[in-house]
Write a protein that binds this ligand. Structure first.
Ligand code: NAD
Length: 452
């Protein structure tokens, strides 16, 4: 069997190798998941699923340090962030453990009889995951899928399968055989086979918009349910009346996870009267960030995930033809390190202001009026996240309603909340994850008419 070599992006060393799964591996695994769905799990009571999810959450907590070290080594995340993500992953399981028992149907009085609605699981769900938050994004999908009684086949990203493989080991003994399955492999082979498989009822995908389009087209052949969480080019709008220190201090809203975050505020739109002052403060704050060893406690930015990805990020910088205020050069030495890079003077329609770079690169653009700020924010094919900084509550409400994006933070750079639905407008995606709404994405509603 062919292998995928798994590399530590901070050192360039190979950690291990995993199988490159084929279409027949996918077929075998989907059949296993179908049998598990037809067995006790597919007929389990909500409270049994609550108990299983709680036990899995406890197992994640019991193995948290090992999982954090794995995520740190495989993705290059600073160890503090990796520990935070593992704790959060366990909370996702706990949250859907609670909701498993809450999801229920309705009774409706009808002429000549009674209507009932039942919430039923879909069957085998294919979960396709990217490399930037491997365990967390897996659990955004896995926890609601299990809460509703589905079985799953997970296809982790080719660079970062290690925590997901460990999670599947932890699930053994907690969940019946065949409920949680992982097939490692490339997107072109294992991923595409999962999407095309007639035994898979739903694909939940997180990744690039380009891959999302291909998945949607392929899933159409079998009319699969699809949820797509895709790319972003989110804006942070800073008005002249904002708390400037806080707004210019929000540098991690773009540089967190070394910019490899679909919610990264990679476009700052700043009112002209404060533009110069804002840029100076933003650059000053960015210069304080420490790029380096992910295992060091004070590191803010680890490496990019892979050498090929660093080339892609640097390509955007080079093609821009604009000299950045800081950064913009690959860092010497082993590993895929890249410095925080700040641009001004980029045209709003230029590639750098339009395309998702998915690295530590920000463009800061000026605006003169509220209407222009909204127009610039909406001048994108994406619509995933965003921030808005102002002390004027009426303006905050007006602008929040006018910006076409799935999530927006006022005077904050936070992006995702477990209790709130998360997903994109425009080409940032289809459907919502998280919140109680995620349960809808993993269930069918059956209507029954009972004549009296
Ligand atoms: P990607 O689209 O290259 O790959 C994502 C996953 O899809 C991987 O597991 C890959 O193997 C698989 N894949 C690739 N081609 C496939 C195909 N033809 N059929 C089936 N599966 C296939 O994305 P990436 O580079 O791993 O991740 C970065 C992208 O993910 C960015 O665009 C980012 O914005 C996006 N992302 C979005 C969210 C969100 O919630 N909206 C969250 C994180 C990342």
């Amino acid at each position: 069997m062919r292998s995928l070599f798994i590399v530590n992006p901070a050192t360039g060393e190979t950690i291990t190798a995993v199988p490159a799964g084929s279409a027949s591996d996918i077929d075998r695994t989907v059949q296993k998941a179908q049998r598990a769905f037809e067995g006790e799990w597919g007929h389990s009571a909500p409270r049994e699923r609550t108990a299983a999810l709680q036990t899995l959450a406890a197992a994640v907590r019991d193995n948290a340090e090992e999982l954090a070290q794995l995520e740190c080594a495989n993705v290059g995340k600073p160890i503090g962030s990796a520990r935070g993500e593992i704790g959060y992953a366990a909370r996702v399981l706990d949250y859907y453990a609670g909701l498993a028992s809450v999801a229920r149907g309705e009774t409706v009085g009808l002429s000549g009889g009674l209507g009932l609605t039942l919430r039923e699981p879909l069957g085998v769900c294919g979960l396709i995951v990217p490399w930037n938050f491997p365990l967390v994004i897996t659990l955004w999908k896995l926890a609601p899928a299990l809460a509703m009684g589905n079985t799953v086949v997970i296809k982790p990203a080719e660079w970062t399968p290690l925590t997901v493989l460990r999670l599947a080991e932890l699930a053994k003994g907690i969940l019946p055989e065949g409920v949680v399955n992982v097939v490692t492999g490339t997107g072109a082979e294992a991923g595409a086979a999962l999407v095309a498989h007639p035994g898979v009822c739903k694909i939940s995908f997180t990744g690039s918009t380009m891959t999302g389009r291909a998945i949607m087209a392929s899933a159409a052949q079998t009319v699969k349910r699809v949820s797509l969480e895709l790319g972003g080019k989110s804006a942070s709008l800073v008005f002249a009346d904002a708390d400037l220190e806080k707004a210019a201090g929000s540098v991690m809203s773009v540089f967190d996870n070394t910019g490899q975050d679909c919610c990264a505020r990679s476009r700052y739109l700043v009112e002209k009267s404060i533009f110069k002052d804002f840029v100076e403060r933003f650059v000053e704050n960015t210069k304080k960030l420490i790029v380096g060893d992910p295992l060091a406690a004070n590191t803010d930015l680890g490496p990019l995930v892979a050498a090929a990805h660093r080339e892609r990020v640097h390509g955007f910088v080079e093609r821009s033809g604009v000299k950045p205020l800081m950064g913009g050069k690959k860092l010497d030495g082993p590993g895929c390190f890249y410095p925080p890079t700040v641009f001004t003077g980029v045209a709003p329609d230029a590639e750098l202001a339009q395309q998702e770079v998915f690295g530590p690169v920000v463009t800061i653009l000026p605006f003169e009026s509220e209407a222009e700020a909204i127009a610039l924010a909406n001048n994108t094919l994406y619509g995933l996240s965003g921030s808005l900084w102002t002390q004027d509550a009426a303006r905050a409400m007006r602008v929040a309603r006018a910006v076409r994006t799935g999530a927006l933070s006022v005077n904050s750079s936070s992006s995702v909340h477990l209790e709130l639905p998360f997903g994109g407008y425009g080409q940032s995606g289809l459907g919502r994850e998280l919140g109680p709404q995620a349960l809808d994405a993993y269930s069918e509603v059956k209507s029954i008419y009972w004549a009296q």
